[in-house]
Design a protein around this ligand. Structure first.
Ligand SMILES: Cc1cc2nc3c(=O)[nH]c(=O)nc-3n(C[C@H](O)[C@H](O)[C@H](O)COP(=O)(O)OP(=O)(O)OC[C@H]3O[C@@H](n4cnc5c(N)ncnc54)[C@H](O)[C@@H]3O)c2cc1C
Length: 483
């Protein structure tokens, strides 16, 4: 039996690995020159400076049931920072989320108890949080008590009801910086769901870890597993028309798995009209515009506490971060854009030549925006780190409207595989208990446009593979496939 996977992002590779382990002869076709999609790393600026093209920090990967059971987590050398994430609040002033919950809470003054009560129980029951957020939202959770705990926090955090829950500017900004990952208006329930999940990971054993050498290590571990089981990846193959692709015979059990925009499925013959309408209705959301910097030395943060924080939310106060995200949601760029910055080389010397550093940073922008983010990001970091500009040796920018050229799944520069709204948490891209299955025999959707959505977990790819295996009456539990 043959399985053809289009796209080698973490979800495509997860599906490929699971199917190869189940006896399929697997071929992965990838448009880019490097395999890995959102988990690829390259020398984008100068020789010796290794930059993550997509994802940089990986709390959901370390906790992913797929990566754990498939042995991928064990084959990556993780760096586990003491600081999970930090918020640059004002020049010389920041708030820190340590992996240690108690230390974090103690640093938040009058919000010590509030932070412990809000995030502590979610961190303590992280497996329940991962089960709830890492699956189809329509499924009954395995740990209903934790799902209820999560929902009870999501409601106030995602609405005006929770405005007074945190009183100090530090705690308010620290939480808002992590809610802003969702690229939604703030407050919003979708932002609260993504943010609380990430904040919960912040105080766990794996924390906000990331692979030594870059995100490519995650893709490479999966490719090694795939190849060991007879599969292969072909790069430089952009599939534009599925009707012209020989992927085998579904009647014989051959499979086609799409780690792509679901819209690619519309190029198949015989797509039922109703299904085609649903795929066309599936919406892409605001986008990201990113810059990678090669630096002559560390970022000269005015607050030295940020020096060893791999992830820095350069967002200012809660109000500033919210204004930035709400402007983008209304199709504009705010006056002081929220910058999501990662400085991996502060703990990973393999990422830059001796004494030098890399910095990864993006801002949210409207879908399809042509804005070059370099000046905006440089100015914003300079505000919190005077002298930053002088440390820049080289930079490499990707505007939102250019991202699709490197990854055809990133429609208009949307890096989340489709708008992360509450409605699209349930309709991704269709509503149902198995949205990975399409009405076209043998064809499955395997990417971030299916549940559980964005983030490097491999779970969407795994769900697609297990659905296909179950449809063929084959063993389809993680324990069986990876026994
Ligand atoms: C800049 C950026 C920062 C991010 N930061 C983080 C982070 O820190 N942590 C985190 O967990 N997540 C992060 N993410 C999100 C994460 O990378 C994605 O959610 C994840 O990679 C989705 O995996 P995927 O396999 O569904 O799709 P992708 O990783 O997008 O992979 C899809 C692959 O399919 C290929 N492809 C698509 N269409 C075709 C076609 N027609 N023919 C051939 N090949 C095709 C693409 O080239 C690509 O390689 C980030 C993403 C980006 C872009």
């Amino acid at each position: 039996m043959r399985a053809t996977v289009i796209g080698s992002g973490p979800n495509g590779l997860a599906a490929a690995v699971a199917l190869a382990r189940s006896g399929y002869e697997v071929t992965v076709l990838e448009a880019a020159a490097i395999a890995g999609g959102g988990t690829s790393t390259a020398e984008l600026t100068l020789p010796g400076f290794r930059h993550d093209i997509g994802s940089a920090v990986h709390p959901p990967a370390i906790a992913s049931p797929f990566f754990r059971t498939a042995g991928i987590v064990d084959r990556v050398d993780w760096i586990t920072p003491d600081i999970s994430y930090a918020q640059a609040l004002a020049p010389g002033r920041s708030a820190i989320a340590w992996r240690d919950l108690g230390r974090t809470a103690a640093g938040l003054g009058d919000d010590e108890r509030a932070w412990r009560r809000m995030i502590g129980p979610l961190s303590k029951h992280i497996d329940g949080v991962v089960d709830f957020t890492g699956n189809n939202m329509l499924r009954v959770p395995r740990d209903p008590a934790t799902a209820i705990r999560f929902a009870l926090r999501m409601l106030p955090t995602g609405t005006r009801l929770g405005r007074a829950a945190l009183r100090t500017p530090e705690a308010q900004a620290l939480l808002t910086g992590v809610l802003a990952h969702a690229n939604t208006p703030l407050p919003s329930l979708a932002g609260a769901a993504a943010g609380l999940m990430l904040a919960a990971h912040g105080h766990t054993r794996g924390g906000w870890g990331y692979p030594r050498g870059g995100a490519q290590a995650i893709a490479d571990a999966m490719i090694a597993d795939l190849e060991a089981n007879g599969g292969r990846v072909e790069t430089g193959v952009h599939v534009r028309d599925l009707s012209a692709l020989d992927w085998g015979d579904p009647a014989r059990g051959d499979l086609l798995m799409l780690d792509t925009t679901p819209r690619l499925a519309l190029t198949l013959p015989d797509v039922p009209a109703g299904y085609a309408r649903s795929l066309r209705r599936y919406a892409y959301g605001p986008a990201a515009a990113k810059v990678d910097f090669a630096l002559d030395g560390p970022v000269p943060w005015a607050d030295e506490a940020l020096a060893l924080a791999p992830t820095v939310h350069v967002g200012g106060s809660r109000e500033e971060t919210e204004a930035s995200e709400n402007a983008v949601a209304h199709g504009r760029l705010g006056a002081t854009p929220y910058v999501l910055a990662v400085q991996p080389s502060v703990l990973d010397p393999t990422r830059a030549p001796g004494g030098k550093q890399t910095l990864w940073a993006y801002i949210h922008v409207p879908l399809g925006s042509p804005i070059d983010p370099t000046a905006f990001i440089t100015e914003r970091i300079e505000h919190f780190a005077p002298g930053f500009r002088d440390r820049v040796l080289a930079s490499h920018a990707v505007a939102a409207n250019a991202r699709e050229a490197g990854n055809p799944a990133a429609i208009g520069g949307d890096i989340l595989g489709g708008a992360f709204t509450l409605a699209q948490a349930f309709r991704r891209p269709t509503v149902g208990l198995a949205p990975w299955r399409t009405p076209m025999r043998g064809v499955y959707l395997a990417g971030a446009s299916t549940p559980p959505g964005p983030g490097v977990t491999g779970m969407a790819g795994w769900h697609a593979a297990r659905t296909a295996l179950a449809d063929r009456g084959m063993p389809s539990s993680l324990e069986h496939v990876f026994a």
